[in-house]
Design a protein. Structure first.
Length: 138
């Protein structure tokens, strides 16, 4: 577990310092190690942290796959791991919000490219709400 945690910390640090590819590689290494342990809860823990990093980097599909697997594992052990399940559900919800935020930005650009101001305005409205929810700039 210590080696897995060390890899996850290194992945988070790589992300914070703008080394996205290193972050992805380190998180994947941690997940490979966890899967080799044959401990489903360790796998779920690592999936949860890996999914969070993936989502923050904009890899929403990969993040969704990983967090869904973690949620399934935690649901099987929910009585003993309610906090872990809640944390995984939080990451899943944040991932959905981040994905929606990216989609609204793309829609805004497309509406602007075809000069549909009502679409641009609607997209900007949604972007502002999601940005507030995500705690960041539009």
């Amino acid at each position: 577990m210590q080696m897995i945690n060390a890899k996850l910390k290194q992945a988070a640090a790589a992300h914070r310092t703008g080394r996205s590819q290193d972050a992805v590689t380190l998180a994947a290494d941690a997940l490979t190690m966890a899967r080799q342990s044959d401990d489903p809860l360790l796998v779920a823990y690592t999936l949860r942290h890996t999914a969070d990093i993936q989502a923050q980097l904009g890899f929403f599909d990969q993040s969704a796959t990983e967090i869904s697997e973690a949620i399934c594992i935690y649901r099987e052990h929910a009585s003993d791991h309610a906090l872990d399940l809640a944390n995984a559900l939080r990451i899943s919800a944040l991932n959905a919000e981040r994905r929606a935020h990216a989609a609204w930005h793309e829609a805004e650009t497309l509406y602007a490219s075809v000069d549909v101001q009502a679409g641009v305005n609607g997209a900007q409205h949604r972007i502002q709400h999601l940005s507030a929810a995500l705690g960041g700039p539009s």
